[in-house]
Design a binder for this molecule. Structure first.
Ligand code: SAM
Length: 255
């Protein structure tokens, strides 16, 4: 039976991943997190909301979220009162803190890898993951999507939110420039795909793509910051940017 796919894309007490790294070198999303940002995905909260509306989570659903990070999407998912929620996060500190924050008998977060969750097959009706595939190699992308397929019951829904190159016919030279500039600014190997390539990745894994949603990559634009983080957190982020020189240069590079 068919499984469907949809594309859309601390607590300061906690020791942030990469804290041991020099801010000049650490992955861009951890620089942003260190400055107080919590939504770390290209299309922001509004695309996340559209993505969740598309998969239409109800009280009957068993949800697995791959790479929940600080849990802003987990909060949106839990607001829909699914039967169960399981987050699988690679960073132990984040997994532990999120488990502590949202943990209940039916809501868990485990420290694990998205391509090898060690969860039973067909345990989920919804799997979602945001801003995790873009930074993976082609092989790792395939493994994670295959793991999502394995976790889903027949008829299950898979939602991803990733960086997409536009248009589908983007010349290779421009693409390579974008990858180089992105990787240089976020210090993580960024390998975004075109929309048709994301769809092929999902189709090759056995999914039928039901919908593709898009939003501009405005992660660090003031309007998007306000939308994603709220006014107090935006002001704190901007104050931190103003008072942390190395991080500020990184933010300027990424903007
Ligand atoms: C850019 S952040 C996105 C976090 C969150 N999904 C969001 O949209 O705000 C990437 C997240 O993916 C996690 N991650 C990266 N590779 C992973 C893997 N192979 N398995 C599980 N988590 C992974 C990182 O630890 C981090 O929390």
């Amino acid at each position: 039976m068919t499984r469907y796919a949809v594309g859309a894309m601390v607590d300061t007490a906690m020791r942030l991943p990469g804290s041991e790294l020099d801010a000049k070198k650490m992955p861009g999303h951890w620089v942003l997190a260190r400055l107080g940002k919590r939504v770390l995905r290209p299309g922001g909260l509004s695309l996340t909301t559209q993505m969740l509306d598309a998969v239409d989570i109800t009280g009957k659903d068993h949800v697995v979220e791959l790479a929940p990070g600080f849990g802003s999407t987990a909060n949106l998912i839990l607001a829909k009162h699914p039967a169960t929620y399981m987050g699988v996060e690679r960073e132990r500190g984040i997994a532990t803190t999120l488990a502590w924050r949202i943990g209940t008998p039916t809501t868990r977060v485990t420290h694990g890898a998205a391509d090898r969750t060690e969860l039973p097959a067909e345990r989920a009706t919804v799997v979602c993951g945001e801003a995790i595939l873009t930074m993976q190699t082609a092989a790792a992308k395939r493994r994670i999507v295959a793991e999502a397929f394995r976790l889903l019951k027949p008829g299950g829904r898979y939602a991803i939110h990733e960086l997409s190159l536009v248009p589908n016919s983007l010349p290779l030279e421009i693409r390579e420039n974008i990858e180089r500039e992105l990787s240089a600014s976020i210090h993580v190997g960024a390998r975004p795909l075109t929309q048709s390539e994301w769809v092929s990745l999902l189709t090759d894994a056995g999914f039928v793509t039901d919908r593709a949603l898009e939003a501009p990559m405005h992660l660090l634009r003031f309007g998007r910051l306000l939308e994603d983080e709220s006014l107090p957190r935006t002001l704190r982020f901007l104050a931190n940017v103003a008072t942390h020189g190395v991080e500020r240069r990184r933010v300027v590079e990424m903007a």
